[in-house]
Ligand binder design. Structure first.
Ligand code: NAP
Length: 251
């Protein structure tokens, strides 16, 4: 593999101050890609990651921007386009959980999860599609979904619905913009070692772990490697697909 395979390319990764988004942002930068990312509140972490990305010899841009805010998302994308000169890749990664059984789940738990995970991905896709259409080689959008959106999970009616919604968004958008050489795929992840996974009830987490055929959680590094493949020219004939990386739990 060419180590600087993304030289001259530019990416937006939503929610890259921690966990999976951070690993994706750094891996893209490591391969020569300019990286812009946003976050909800972790300004200090964002500054550190921005410096780390710049240290890899590429451009970086970081700003707080609530993915659920349509106008803020549009402004963010516009700014990135003018800073970087174009946008080749969008990774809709920002996401939250507010788990509870439906009888105990509050309306706000439903709204905030749907707004962040699903509307957030729609907001950024809507804003990024036009600049991508201007690229000679199109572009790639990758939506970070979850097996929870494929098979459902106890206590996650809001989160499962948001992640299943991302799959519908992926397929419809893939059909809409395939003719512009823009691919749109979803990566449905199983449990990955991050802050989000550690928030899970310990007993439930152990139960899930015992059901994973590969016998371990995923790690952010291997997720970032899969993302780079799905954004790369090697995957240019893959669109509208849900790729599962879950240790085999949902097979
Ligand atoms: P995480 O460690 O909790 O990090 C979430 C990131 O999203 C942070 O950078 C956070 O920013 C940002 N964010 C949250 N709400 C935001 C908002 N409204 N606007 C902008 N940014 C926001 O999460 P993770 O575990 O890495 O998960 C990343 C993605 O993978 C999510 O979509 C998640 O659903 C999906 N996923 C995760 C797992 C897993 O086991 N970890 C499994 C399947 C799918 P702040 O730091 O400022 O809060």
């Amino acid at each position: 593999m060419n180590e600087k395979q993304f030289e001259g390319k530019s990416a937006i990764v939503t929610g890259a101050t921690r966990g999976i988004g951070k690993a994706i942002a750094l891996q893209l930068a490591n391969r020569g890609c300019n990286v812009a990312f946003n976050y909800a509140s972790s300004a200090e972490a964002a500054e550190k990651i921005k410096s780390e990305i710049e240290g890899l010899g590429v451009k970086a841009f970081a700003d707080s921007c609530d993915v659920a805010d349509t106008n803020a998302a549009a402004d963010f994308v516009k700014h990135v386009k003018s800073e970087f000169g174009g946008i080749d890749f969008l990774v809709n990664n920002a996401g939250i959980t507010r788990d509870n059984l439906i009888m105990r789940m509050k309306e706000d738990d439903w709204d905030s999860v749907i707004d962040t995970n699903l509307k957030g991905a729609w907001n950024f896709s809507k804003a990024a599609v036009r600049p991508m259409m201007r690229n000679e080689n199109g572009g790639s959008i990758l939506n970070i979904s979850s097996i929870s959106g494929v098979v459902g999970m106890l206590g996650q009616s809001n989160y499962s619905a948001s992640k299943a919604g991302m799959i519908g968004l992926t397929k419809s958008l893939a059909k809409e913009i395939a003719s512009r050489n823009i691919t749109v795929n979803a990566l449905a992840l199983g449990l990955v070692e991050t802050d989000m996974a550690s928030e899970m009830n310990e007993e439930y987490r152990e139960k899930i772990l015992s059901e994973i055929p590969l016998g371990r959680l995923g790690n952010t590094q291997e997720v970032a490697e899969i993302v780079c493949f799905l954004l790369s020219d090697s995957a240019k004939y893959i669109t509208g697909q849900v790729i599962q990386a879950d240790g085999g739990i949902a097979m």
